[in-house]
Ligand binder design. Sequence first.
Ligand SMILES: [Zn+2]
Length: 166
Amino acid sequence: MRFIVTAELGRLVTWLRILGFDTVLEKDSAAVVLQSLREDRIILTRDSKMSRFSGTRMIRVSSDFVEKQLEQIIRELDINIDRRSLFSRCVLCNEILESVEKISVKGSVPEYVFDTQDSFMKCLKCDKVYWRGTHWMLVNQFLDNLVGLPAERAHRPDGEQPKNSP
Ligand SMILES: [Zn+2]
């Protein structure tokens, strides 16, 4: 599932990329329509003028708040969020991230991060380096609070029961 988002929904673009969806932002409304048809992208917009483009796959986003916007999209498209896809894509340029050797990011991440993290991902387009740090936890918390999403513990493999406290 791929998206094209109109200019006023910039924060939504970031979130959809964090969730792993191929998402582009486009300012010009005619270009939005063309690209959505050419690349089979669902249009997400709050721009009332976009409603004249019938025959496109479009969701008119109703809320000002990104949490509500995500909830609406997840509900209307019946999306199953796969938390393993979190941070698989660069939030800045939409590129798929590549796993890189720890040693290769020495000097490009803060020292305490280098010392405490073992796996790193990198955008080969803009060179931004990603790791499972505070952001990753915050995103999971954010998702836990979205209506209708299963909490992360629901994704435990079968047979792995939470241990009772002693
Ligand atoms: Zn990038």
